[in-house]
Every structure is written in C-alpha cells, then in structure tokens.
Design a protein around this ligand. Structure first.
Ligand code: SF4
Length: 190
C-alpha cells in the first residue's frame, strides 16, 4: 500500500496558510463552495429551516442586537449522515412559524447587512454534492467549527453576549430557550 506523506518543504507553508484562515475561508476550502446570491424559489425553500452559522457568524449577530433571536441548537444530522457519532451543540437562529426568524417576504433580513450565516451564504439550489459526500457538506463543516478548540474564545464571548439578554428572556417566562448554565455545560465551559 502506498503511504501518502507530507512534503517537508511545502507542508509547513500550507499549515501556516491554513492557520491564518477565517472560519468562512476554512469552510470554503473544505467544501469547495463559493458565496452565492440566488433568490429563486428553491433557494427560498431552504429558509424554512434556519441556516447554520459558525461561532463567529453567531457572535456577530448577537453583537448586532439579535441575541434574543438565537437559541441552543442540537445538530444530529451528522449521525444520520455517518459523519459523527454524537450530537453537536451550537447556538443558531430560531424558527418562527414556518420559517427562519430572519426570513420575510422571500428575503433574508440579514443579507444586506452582511450578517447572513455561512451556510446561507454558500448554499445554492444546484448543490448536489451533499447527497454523495456528507463530509464535504456545508452543514457538517459549519457544525465542526463549534467543536474546534481554537473557537472556544469566540464561543465564550458569544455566551457572555447571550447572558445579557437572559434577564429579559426569564421575564418572558421562556427559560428553556436560553438557560445559561445548561448552555455552558453543552459546550464544556464552566
Ligand atoms: S438567516 Fe437568512 S439565509 Fe439563513 S435561513 Fe434565515 S432567512 Fe434564510
């Protein structure tokens, strides 16, 4: 069997190049997808379920004043796809009614603000690759960012932002939506 080895001359450079990547750049590299802006009916249908954002995406949303439209989310699709053997916990936009909370009259409220989560930015109706190669899917690669060690500071900062709306949510008798100790334990943060 032929063993693939890293080229000692190029491997360090590649590693350095990858270390400087943003979460979005890392996902573009791994999935081979590019940002798209299609507004067709098929693409709109994807907004029945909120698209997935990386920790950086969701932190940007929280800082922009949308913290009360985010909630703990459990991503189990990876188990069905054979990508993971466990649920991945994330913070993501909530659903309201039949659609994502940010979907209005066929448009994404976040699009013009440059705040659309990564899955929504890279997704396109013509995408077929997910059916055949789940590990190349956008959703899997976004979900993995929530378990990446180098994203822990971002997740901590995000939970800090969310704790600011905690009182408001408790007053609304909606404690399950964002119960802080429960959320922190899901990310292994204490
Ligand atoms: S955030 Fe925007 S693109 Fe993503 S599901 Fe919601 S409305 Fe659609």
């Amino acid at each position: 069997m032929r063993i693939k080895r890293n080229n000692p001359k190029t491997f360090p450079n590649n590693k350095m190049k990858q270390a400087g990547e943003s979460q979005l750049q890392r996902i573009i590299r791994k999935t081979g997808r590019k940002p798209s802006q299609c507004k067709c009916k098929l693409c709109q249908q994807q907004c029945h379920t909120p698209c997935l954002g990386t920790p950086q995406d969701i932190l940007r949303l929280a800082k922009a004043g949308y913290a009360d439209r985010l909630a703990l989310s459990e991503w189990a699709a990876g188990i069905l796809l054979g990508c993971t053997d466990h649920i991945i916990y994330m913070i993501q936009p909530i659903s309201e009614g039949d659609h994502c909370t940010f979907f209005h009259d066929g448009l994404c409220e976040l699009h013009d603000k440059g705040l659309k989560p990564t899955e929504g930015r890279l997704s396109h109706h013509s995408t077929q690759l997910d059916n055949w190669r789940p590990r190349k899917s956008i959703s899997y690669n976004v979900a993995k960012e929530w378990e990446a060690e180098d994203n822990e500071p971002v997740i901590r900062e995000l939970l800090g932002e969310l704790s600011k709306v905690q009182t408001k949510i408790q007053q609304a008798n909606d404690q399950d939506r964002m119960d802080q100790p429960r959320v922190e334990s899901r990310f292994g943060l204490h």
